[in-house]
Write a protein that binds this ligand. Sequence first.
Ligand code: C2E
Ligand code: MG
Ligand code: MG
Ligand code: MG
Length: 280
Amino acid sequence: LAKIKPHPRWASFSPDMEANTRWRHEIIRQLRTAFQANLLQVWYQPQVHLQTNEVSGVEALLRWPGEVGFIQSPSVFIPLAEYSGLIVEMGDWVLDEACRAYQELQHLPNAPKRVAVNISMPQFRTGTLSKSVNQSLLKYKLAPNVLELEITESIAMDEPEIVRSCLSALRTIGVDISIDDFGTGYSSLGQLHALPIDSLKIDKSFVDDIDEEKSGLYVELIIGLAQRLGLSTVAEGVETKTQAHRLKELGCTIAQGYYYAKPMPLHELKRWLEARANAI
Ligand code: C2E
Ligand code: MG
Ligand code: MG
Ligand code: MG
């Protein structure tokens, strides 16, 4: 429970802890019902290679349509799904859904090379994550290297033994691993070195202020570190042309953000890819 960051608005919802707990359980109940009724969706956000301008991949992001207000935000309902354990089942579903979507995308002109899926700590603890990954890859006849799993820097460092052995198993299968929100956690270089990873995702907060001396320096350092370790870099939350230019200049590999496209349902993504293929 301590790991759940209270949303700023939870506090104003009720100052009473008990009411707050009841409220959380109510949201979890609603989320479970929505999941079982097959009402959740997976949306996709393009990732663009900065040198070639190709769509290198898409990130799968869970959506709870129909919900209103801040509950709709994955940053609010994902922590509740993690707390309740529901994320294990939901996460398997997202993984399978993303593989199914990729099977549809792979033959389009301008097809992305991979699909990235976010993974939470409880999914590592089950010990069956690599089995789920294998099952979905087999089901849709996908090569393992089309799948990339994103784990946040903080969970990667939380229970390093569990995470490391699980990542090694996944690496053996051949899926790529990236560290999400890099720069916001507390990795030591030694721990980072011990993880079998392929790329670092530079957190949006650094990209936001890339024009400021300090953030710019951090972005430069992260890219330099990644290059020295043989890892690629993905910048998150790129919203302006200026940011994209600066990132390219600094040698960042891939950019993702509203400047290119917002997350969208699969049918919209297909149209987006098509329009882009025609424009080139
Ligand atoms: P994340 O994995 O770091 O995903 C990036 C978030 O940044 C997404 O928010 C995306 O919509 C948003 N974003 C991308 N580009 C921009 C931009 O240019 N500007 C702004 N302001 N935002 C941008 P989203 O979809 O709300 O997801 C929030 C977080 O929830 C994700 O952060 C991830 O940690 C978690 N999440 C989402 N889907 C899943 C899932 O299927 N499984 C798990 N375990 N976590 C998920
Ligand atoms: Mg992510
Ligand atoms: Mg991220
Ligand atoms: Mg982030």
